[in-house]
Design a protein around this ligand. Structure first.
Ligand SMILES: C[S@@+](CC[C@H](N)C(=O)[O-])C[C@H]1O[C@@H](n2cnc3c(N)ncnc32)[C@H](O)[C@@H]1O
Ligand code: SF4
Length: 451
């Protein structure tokens, strides 16, 4: 059977499955669960441990039609500045609840567009963050940058506070594709931001590229990828465009008849992988690439890769504190998500100092499933031996999962040591496999395409 036949047999071209940036996916979070537990979970973070900090900035000057991120358009800075005031309150409230010796291993600003802030507002926010959290050893500070919305004083402020990683959105450089997704961005704008960052010591750069966009052809994509490779980022994220207009209303602007079909999407993804690997990048998980010496590539090779809401990470911290509207915190006990609407978020902080509403408390069954899915997504393995060591009371369930996986996916798994491994050529199927073992995810829920 050819590779394509195998993919077809297992439903790769039809399946709609979660991206598994968390287990369970955020659509399983329950109302009130975050609110109920946030205080206790914050208090139980061990003193002396490190936490990762994520700050969500849900504002953009332009709203690109393809974008599924939680953000809102604004022409003025007034709502942004008011939002940052509330963020500062949230940081103060959360910090006061945590044990005193907790340090920050990572700080990530995401959005939306964090670089929409004025240099002065950014400086005020970052002073608050660094006053609240002392950086741990090997601290990393990263930010998501829209290269068309990144003025030099703002970038300089980030650099002055120790920025050492940046992720720039590219998506596609072809004018016809950019027009169809409502996002114009020249190669020159992107180069200018990269040159500024590099000349000021921020050498670790990631670029985001999308396949599956309207009007993309192998020819046009090859040109985009050549530009991307010439920019020599350390890391690349290549995501399949998720067309989910029922969740992200602005996507109705994208004409479905101009989207590549699943087979064409697959060809684009395969083509990108070939170009990146031929140009010295190593695959990391299902949708990242990195230069061989990069810490993400090393984590992947050494089996230390993790998955979080930004995709793949080498961050080993078990606690993630999310600040801002819709931000998700992860604790050993479960997840707590802030109110998603900016107004509701601000009201909650003003009323109680905390903003969590939805959430999910993990039982041991959930923790086992989370581990199984992370192992699959990050290492393409189902390692029965280490799973049984970590969950000794679940030996029977683990055995049953191994048998079921081997029966269902006999063409694509092989036995390795005391576990199962996915064959490298079958890696694109990993979300389908994860969706199969995931007992919680409804097969009826509308997720994005598996390819
Ligand atoms: C928060 S967004 C963008 C950051 C920044 N505002 C920018 O415009 O470059 C981060 C990334 O999410 C990805 N993304 C957004 N919408 C997507 C969608 N519908 N499908 C797949 N990836 C998407 C894009 O690659 C984007 O660069
Ligand atoms: S891609 Fe970036 S700039 Fe465009 S709407 Fe999304 S977050 Fe905003």
């Amino acid at each position: 059977m050819s590779k394509i036949d195998i993919f077809r047999r297992y439903g790769l071209f039809d399946a709609r499955v979660p991206r598994y940036t968390s287990y369970p996916p955020a659509n399983h979070f329950q109302e009130g669960e975050g609110l109920k537990h946030q205080n206790d979970w914050l208090q139980s973070v061990p003193d002396g441990s490190d936490v990762s900090v994520y700050i969500h900035i849900p504002f953009c000057k332009r709203l690109c039609w393809f974008c599924a991120c939680r953000t809102q358009g604004t022409k003025t800075m007034r709502p942004v500045d008011a939002y940052v005031d509330i963020l500062r309150k949230e940081i103060t409230g959360v910090r006061a609840t945590l044990a005193p010796g907790i340090k920050m291993s990572r700080l990530h600003l995401g959005g939306g567009t964090p670089t929409i802030l004025s240099a002065q507002t950014m400086s005020t926010l970052l002073r608050e963050v660094f006053d609240a959290f002392e950086p741990a050893e090997n601290f990393e500070f990263s930010v998501e940058i829209d290269p068309t919305e990144a003025e030099k004083p703002l970038l300089q402020t980030l650099i002055d506070f120790g920025l050492n990683r940046a992720s720039l959105g590219v998506q596609d450089f072809a004018p016809e594709v950019q027009a169809a997704i409502g996002r114009e961005q020249s190669l020159e704008q992107t180069e200018t931001v990269i040159d500024f960052l590099r000349s000021n010591g921020v050498s670790s750069l990631n670029l985001d590229v999308l396949y599956g966009l309207p009007h993309q052809t192998l020819e046009s994509f090859s040109e985009t990828l050549s530009h991307v490779i010439a920019l020599q980022p350390d890391r690349l994220a290549i995501y399949g465009y998720a067309h989910v207009p029922w969740m992200s209303k602005r996507q109705v602007m994208i004409r479905e008849e101009h989207l590549p079909d699943p087979m064409a999407r697959f060809a684009l993804a395969e083509f990108a992988e070939k170009m990146f690997t031929e140009n010295g990048y190593e695959p990391v998980g299902i949708d990242h690439f990195a230069k061989p010496g990069d810490s993400l590539a090393l984590a992947s090779k050494e089996g230390r890769l993790h998955r979080n809401f930004q995709g793949y990470t080498d961050d080993q911290s078990p606690t993630l504190l999310g600040f801002g509207a819709s931000a998700i915190s992860k604790f050993a006990q479960g997840y707590a998500q802030n109110a998603p609407a900016t107004f509701a978020y601000q009201e909650r902080i003003n009323a109680t100092g905390f903003a969590s509403f939805k959430g999910f408390e993990m039982c041991t069954d959930d923790a086992l499933m989370a581990r199984v899915i992370e192992d699959l997504m990050c290492r393409f393995t189902f390692d029965e031996k280490t799973l049984c060591q970590a969950f000794p009371d679940h030996r029977e369930a683990i055995r049953a999962m191994a048998v079921s996986l081997m029966q269902k996916f006999s063409d694509v798994f092989f036995i390795s040591g005391e576990g199962l491994k996915l064959k490298p050529e079958a890696y694109p199927l990993v979300r389908v496999v994860a969706g199969y073992v995931d007992s919680r995810t409804s097969k009826k829920t509308a997720h994005s395409s598996a390819i």
